[in-house]
Design a protein. Sequence first.
Length: 295
Amino acid sequence: MLQIERIRKSVTFQRRLQALILYTLLVGLGIIFLMPLSWMLTAALRGDGEVVYTIPVSWFPTRSFHFENFWRVLTNPAYPLWRPAANTLFLVALNTIGAVISNALVAFAFARLRFVGREFLFKVVILTMLMPGIVLLIPSFILFNTLGWYGTYLPLWVPSFFAAPFFIFIIRQYMRSFPRELDDAARMDGCNFFQIFWYIILPLSKPVLVVVAIFTFQGVWNDFTGPLIYLNDAKKFTLQIALDFFRRSVFSGSSQSTTHLVMAAALMSVIPLLITYFFVQKELIGGIASVGIKG
């Protein structure tokens, strides 16, 4: 009995030691990854005339915390950032709706319907994932310019309603995991294909649809290339374009350092992503995990 008790205590001690080392390592890595964001925050809270770049690094303002910097950025008379933020939210909403609806419909057809050439068409869709996006940049611009869409938001949200190969793939793999008996039972009750999709398959696919929505939100919110190419009016700029415009133009004639205001603007562009992640963390991680298991 004493021998068994010693072995049990030894195993318990080893497990606790491993957990302590693991958590210490994770906390250390977390601190390292958060250091740039922490420096951005402390730089954004500095006042006019304060030195931002110091050696060694100063992690707190030397005078006081200036939370009004965020309001100054939003309401700056030369170029207020509330308008680009609203423009970006508008594009995020349209792209998220388009991505969820179009990709779910296409994936449903590939996953649940039987038709001639289904596997061949799906392979063609997957092959398009191998094509670099930069290759399609010039043809897409020529197409949208010919349609008269240059200088409008149309090139930035209309393509989302035509599905994307990667999203089609993950949604299709998820939908294939549902038993076929669900479809058969629904048909016996008089449901057509669209009713099966809307009332049965779509509610069950909520985890993977959340993944698609979050990835779309992140991609549109951080998109710099698309708005840079297709928008030529400062009133239509999205947030990422406006940040660069804000940095180069608004305070270009100022004699004092404006880095703290630029950092405040940059931090405000990150906050919506962090808030969204904390609200949908459970669904996002669960959706990604379920896609990996059922794919």
